[in-house]
Design a binder for this molecule. Structure first.
Ligand SMILES: [Zn+2]
Ligand SMILES: [Zn+2]
Length: 492
């Protein structure tokens, strides 16, 4: 951001949005009375006295990050002030007698007509501190995430060789060796317990099992932790063996940045462990600002295709994998929307186990979808043998809201289907943010899975996108897959 440019509100930490020649500003200011941060958007049309100068093609589109001068973010004609504290009590529950606020910290309604009785909460389940290779003080982590508008967060520092070797004399090891010690693990327990507040904010202790070749796996809410013994063979098998032990409790796990850093061996080819099929609940699609759908291996295979073909049945996650000290605040990084009946660790675990979630990289986004009446992440079931010859089409219903700042923005709804390399993709609808749910009939064969992808159709596609992906805009969300059958070796 050019330092000479001032936003129309003093002391406003802001981002400039450009749309069809108009300029709008969005950012945060601190309320003088309460110290609470307010999310504020100001359209320059109503702030003529202090209107900021227009910059050419500033790459500040919070949705696409692409700086596309034709970006489709709709500027607002009036100032909007949106904050948790101004919208009612800070509690999220749908239990009788508890009526929490219906809007999130960004002004988006948490309720979807497609998932009655549930509320959309925003989670970031992957964060680091200086206890491993992050920069921030772990005691500030949950406060920062909560202030940034997250409802659910986890700390997942690396568990690596350092936990065996210790850090003698405080001398830092090479970053790949940084890892938590048993004392750090206990400290993280205390920090998470202090940060957790029933009905208001869920704080989870976890760790990241980080192998330099096999890949990284997050584990949440386990009593103990473990680390690779690399160099050496069999670490992936040893890890899964550990997940089955009491030291892991009922912990849930995810495949992290699949196809990116440290995943040359792709989790030993995503080798499936049937007895743990219900414990591996996530595959990161967005990590930092990266989209992993097209992070193909040497044979051109998408990690999504490879993971699901192996038999795993994950929900799809977005995470920041934050290593800085401003957890939750940066724009355009991944996050996860979860549909809970109660904002508690138990409510979050239930939602994750049901794969009732979506990956996004837009703050305050609500996405819900049903196919044939089955919510995303659910099981569709195969056709009966006597129906096998019939064509099958199912109703796809999509509910999408990017919040008050993007009302009416047109988005591309796409369906991904399995293939041997990258999923096939087709646009099945255009919907407007904040409108009533849209319904479209889509053909469904006996694919083992189907995934909904949401794109900003005007923004530039992810670098390296080829084929149909080169013309379908930039991804902003993935709903968890619909599966035709549960996690099973037979699906491989
Ligand atoms: Zn990692
Ligand atoms: Zn990480």
């Amino acid at each position: 951001m050019n330092a000479a440019v001032t936003s129309p509100m003093p002391n406003m930490a802001r981002t400039r949005w450009v749309c069809q020649g108009r300029t709008a500003w969005v950012g945060t200011v601190t309320a003088a009375d309460s110290g609470r941060r307010l999310l504020v958007a100001v359209d320059d049309g109503e702030t003529a006295d202090t209107a900021p100068p227009r910059l050419p093609a500033s790459p500040t589109d919070p949705l696409s990050g692409a700086g596309d001068p034709n970006d489709s973010v709709r500027s607002r004609r009036r100032a909007e002030v949106v904050t948790r504290g101004m919208l009612g009590p800070d509690s999220v529950s749908t239990r009788p007698g508890q009526t929490g606020p219906v809007r999130d910290a960004y002004g988006t309604d948490r309720r979807s007509p497609l998932l009655p009785g549930l509320r959309c909460v925003h989670a970031d389940l992957h964060n680091h501190t200086r206890l491993s290779d992050g920069q921030g003080d772990p005691r500030r982590l949950f406060g920062s995430l909560r202030e940034a508008g997250l409802d659910v967060a986890a700390v997942t520092d690396h568990a690596n060789l350092a936990s065996q070797l210790g850090r003698p004399g405080g001398v830092p090891l090479a970053s790949a060796l940084h890892g938590i010690s048993p004392a750090d693990w206990q400290l993280l327990r205390e920090i998470a317990d202090a940060g957790d507040e029933h009905g208001r904010f869920v704080a989870i202790r976890g760790f990241e099992w980080s192998h330099p070749l096999l890949g990284h796996v997050n584990v949440w809410d386990s009593p103990g932790f473990t680390h690779p013994r690399w160099p050496g063979a069999g670490d992936m098998r040893r890890f899964w063996d550990w997940v089955a032990t009491p030291e892991a409790g009922g912990a849930l796990a995810s495949f992290n940045h699949p196809g990116g850093r440290g995943t040359v061996l792709r989790f030993a080819g995503f080798t499936f462990r049937e007895e743990l099929g219900r414990r591996l609940i996530g595959l990161e699609m967005f990590n930092k600002s990266d989209d992993y759908l097209l992070a193909v291996d040497a044979k051109g295979v998408s990690p999504l295709v490879q993971c699901l073909a192996a038999g795993w049945r994950p929900g799809l996650l977005g995470v920041t994998d934050e290593h800085g000290s401003d957890w939750g605040h940066p724009d355009r990084k991944g996050r996860t929307g979860l549909y809970v009946d109660e904002l508690s660790r138990a409510g979050v675990a239930t939602a994750l186990q049901a794969r009732r979630c979506f990956a996004s990289r837009v703050k305050g986004m609500r996405l819900a979808a049903t196919l044939g009446g089955v919510p995303m992440g659910g099981e569709l079931g195969r056709r009966r043998p006597d129906e096998a010859h019939q064509r099958r089409s199912l109703s796809l219903a999509v509910d999408l809201d990017l919040g008050p700042l993007a009302r009416g923005m047109e988005l591309s709804v796409q369906l991904l289907r399995p293939s041997s390399t990258v999923p096939s993709v087709e646009e099945v609808a255009r919907v407007r943010s904040g409108a009533a749910p849209s319904t479209v009939e889509v053909p469904v064969h006996d694919e083992p899975w189907l995934v909904l992808r949401i794109c900003d159709p005007v923004a530039s596609p992810e670098p390296g996108s080829t084929g149909a992906y080169a013309h379908l805009g930039r991804s902003i969300a993935y709903a968890s897959p619909w599966y035709l059958e549960p996690a099973t070796r037979a699906a491989a």
